[in-house]
Write a protein that binds this ligand. Structure first.
Ligand code: RIB
Ligand code: CA
Length: 302
């Protein structure tokens, strides 16, 4: 089976960390060309450090990690405490075994996508600042991606405000640029990810896997799982590994960037209403199948 070349843009973040572990545990299906870190859940210094430690935990410090943007395009950074002050629930993760590959993740995105048009899947797990800055460098850069699969937005209520989901709230201008880019987009929003909630039973299922990576996941989830959270980011990777677990519909998605009360809201209109579509919006997932996949892959890691 041909391996899918991917780049993962992330803001670890506990659910980002689980998504990275799921991807790192799947080398037969996914060829991870590189990872780019972005400011979001916590500052860039912490997200890049956490990504380095997850790579080390999975014994994959060979995967190049690039630091991206330290702040949203136009507004100040809004972080969150739901992942703990360090961004990974205070879990005992190893110190990085490898340095950053570069401090210009945006250039890495531009260069990689331009060099292999139509081949690379870009997985976005945080605010869309890095891909949006890549667009400002070359307007059609995301059109060179095979597809852009993102965790973000919601066709229902938000999780930062009533209307906005965190990734699109943190950088609404970046999100709007990406949805206007003409790229092949797959939006995995809260309306879907809330179908895979983090419960004590699910944490116990993960812990029972028994590997160091699974036990680290348990530590992270015991902090992160307390709030209005779910297995948001790992759904992006699971979609690449087993798309049959998911279903959705094509729609036109626009991002509110003017109305202060609705800033960052993803306004989703079915193709029948909008007359056109710019994204595949996923809206159903087999939660049991998702957790079975996650646990089986965590069992493959150190
Ligand atoms: O709203 C959930 C999203 O925001 C997830 O990607 C989480 O990690 C945060 O980045
Ligand atoms: Ca994230």
């Amino acid at each position: 089976m041909a391996r899918t070349p991917i780049i993962i843009d992330c803001d670890p973040g506990v659910d980002d960390a689980l998504a990275l572990l799921l991807a790192l545990a799947s080398p037969d299906e996914l060829d991870i060309l590189g990872i780019t870190a972005v400011a979001g859940n916590v500052t860039l210094a912490k997200t890049q450090y956490n990504a380095q430690r997850i790579l080390t935990l999975a014994a994959r410090a060979d995967v190049p990690l690039h630091a991206g943007s330290a702040s949203p395009m136009l507004i100040d950074l809004h972080t969150t405490e739901v992942h703990g002050g360090d961004g990974v629930g205070g879990a005992a993760l190893p110190e990085p075994a490898a340095p950053l590959a570069s401090v210009n993740g945006v250039a890495f995105l531009n260069d990689s996508l331009s060099a292999r048009p139509g081949e690379i899947t870009l997985c976005c797990l945080g605010p869309l600042t890095n891909p949006a800055l890549a667009i400002t460098n070359r307007k059609n850069v995301l059109g060179d991606a095979r597809q852009v699969v993102m965790m973000g937005g919601s066709s229902e209520r938000g999780n930062v405000t009533e209307h906005a989901e965190f990734n699109f709230f943190v950088d609404p201008h970046a999100a709007r640029l990406v949805f206007l880019s003409g790229a092949e987009l797959v939006m995995i929003g809260l309306n879907l990810t809330r179908q895979v909630p983090i419960t004590d039973a699910r944490i116990a299922q993960i812990a029972a896997v028994g590997t160091k990576s699974a036990l680290a996941a348990q530590q992270m989830l015991e902090v992160y799982g307390r709030g209005d959270t779910a297995m948001h980011d790992p759904c992006v990777i699971a979609y690449l590994l087993q798309p049959e677990l998911f279903s959705g519909h094509r729609a036109w998605v626009d991002i509110e960037v003017n109305n202060a009360e609705h800033i960052g809201q993803s306004i989703v209109k079915d193709i029948s209403e909008a007359g056109a579509a710019n994204a595949l919006v996923l809206d159903k997932v087999d939660a049991d199948g998702f957790f079975e996949l996650l646990c089986e892959r965590l069992g493959r890691l150190p």
